[in-house]
Design a protein around this ligand. Structure first.
Ligand SMILES: [Zn+2]
Ligand SMILES: [Zn+2]
Length: 104
């Protein structure tokens, strides 16, 4: 499980609900954590999958990790993968691609 800044955030990110598999469909889910981009977002419950990216934790006030979205696209490009056209490798679907870069 990913480490988050505080217990409140961890609990919010990992809200587990037996009625909704999709956090965007669950009224109890407030925060969506995108492991592949390392982005935290406040879920907008408008029936879609919109969220507002946040830079600070609403509970402990700590600065959240910088978004890795640009690097994500950059790394795929370096490998000659077009995320819109090609199949995105499994490690790029979550945070594993970051772990593999750190080992380099
Ligand atoms: Zn926090
Ligand atoms: Zn629910």
């Amino acid at each position: 499980m990913a480490d988050h800044c505080c217990e409140a955030m961890t609990n919010r990110v990992n809200v587990c609900c037996d009625q909704h598999d999709d956090p965007f469909a669950c009224p109890d889910a407030l925060v969506d954590f995108s492991a592949k981009f390392q982005e935290y977002g406040l879920i907008i419950h408008d029936g879609g999958t919109s969220s507002i990216t946040i830079s600070f934790c609403p509970w402990c006030g700590r600065r959240l990790p910088a978004s890795q979205r640009d690097r994500w696209f950059g790394e795929l490009e370096r490998r000659g993968i077009d995320p819109w056209e090609d199949e995105v490798p499994a490690e790029f679907q979550d945070g594993r691609w970051l772990a593999s870069l750190r080992q380099d």
